[in-house]
Design a protein around this ligand. Structure first.
Ligand code: GLV
Length: 327
């Protein structure tokens, strides 16, 4: 009998098409809002494999009802919505979709850095309000990026592309802090590993590319912002949970740091009356890091490929808990 797969939102059709071509029985949640937890559990109970999205909370409650799953294939590189320890305990492999979205996500970080440094979103809004009256020699000046020090927090695949962009475009000096040294980044960009405190002290632009974990949850808070330069620009395209948003608002209001560019907020979605949206030195986007045709198609190809490969060979294209895979 065919294995049953649930895809929890409509994603690029390559996922559905390749699963069908490989003989799977596929159900897609076709509504344009995510499933509630009850709907997710009810629908998952009927299938063998789950193709999940970040909005699905695969927590202890979920796993106690759905411990029968053969495999979870996440349509994202991040998987902080999944209790991977619990999946591992149950012997359920979890796949993700790295690489294909690194360029797209780094582009958003790079774009936010420029937009913030020149207050672009703010200036755009002044035109919409009919406030563009004349050339202003002294007002709303931004800062130049050439030769500045870029601090990368989390030098993984996306951090590497951001470093490449910033060095190529602005000859920026690259420092980074990661759990592990990234020798390739050191060779390619002359990037220097520094302690977390040094990263805060030296970065003129600090860009977050880490995972959200117990260690990074709320890490960028009042005390951390107070150790940064008053001229610093904070960029976050990883997860909103890595920064404390109230503390970020205070740091910007009080001039503890200079500006911020966010593709991820805390909570998401951000409310329309959030004070960050009216601050000149802030640029906010609605979590669009991987939102290109190419990246989303690649993510759909890998997520479905993880399921197909798992049933065919017992292996996966990208698995975050490979210890549960046999051999
Ligand atoms: C998007 O946020 C992802 O983790 O892929």
């Amino acid at each position: 009998m065919s294995k049953k797969v649930l895809i929890t939102r409509v994603i690029p059709s390559i996922a559905y098409d390749s699963l069908i071509a490989a003989g799977f029985d596929v159900t897609v949640w076709e509504r344009d809002t995510p499933m509630t937890q009850a709907q997710l559990i009810e629908q998952t109970k009927k299938v063998d494999a789950l193709l999940s999205l970040g909005a699905n909370k695969l927590n202890k409650e979920f796993f106690s009802a759905c411990n029968h799953l053969d495999i979870i294939a996440q349509f994202a590189v991040g998987y902080d919505n999944i209790d991977v320890a619990e999946a591992t305990r149950l012997g359920i492999p979890v796949g993700n979709t790295p690489d294909v979205l690194s360029e797209a996500t780094a582009d958003v970080a790079f774009g936010l850095m420029i937009a913030t440094s020149r207050k672009m979103f703010f200036h755009h809004k002044t035109i919409e309000r009919g406030e563009w009256k004349q050339f202003e020699p002294l007002k709303n000046l931004g800062v130049q990026l050439t030769g500045k020090t870029l601090g990368i927090f989390g030098m993984g695949r996306i951090g590497m592309v951001m470093a490449q962009r910033c060095q190529g475009a602005y000859n920026m000096n690259i420092i980074y802090h990661s759990r592990n040294r990234n020798i390739e980044a050191e060779k390619l960009f002359n990037a220097k590993w520094v302690s977390f405190d040094e990263l805060l002290k030296e970065s003129e632009v600090l860009s977050v590319h880490s995972v959200l974990s117990e260690e990074t949850q709320g890490l960028f808070n009042k005390s951390v912002f107070s150790k940064m330069r008053r001229s610093a620009i904070f960029i976050n395209t990883s997860r909103g949970g890595v920064h404390n948003e109230k503390d970020l608002i205070d740091a910007l209001r009080e001039g503890t740091i200079w500006g911020a560019g966010l593709d991820v907020t805390n909570p998401e979605p951000m409310k329309a009356d959030n004070p960050l949206l009216t601050m000149p030195n802030v640029a906010v986007l609605p979590h669009i890091g991987s939102a290109t045709e190419e990246a989303r198609t690649g993510m759909a190809r890998i997520a479905s490929g993880n399921i197909i490969e798992f049933y065919k060979t017992g292996k996966m294209l990208h698995c975050v808990n490979p210890e549960v895979l046999k051999n």
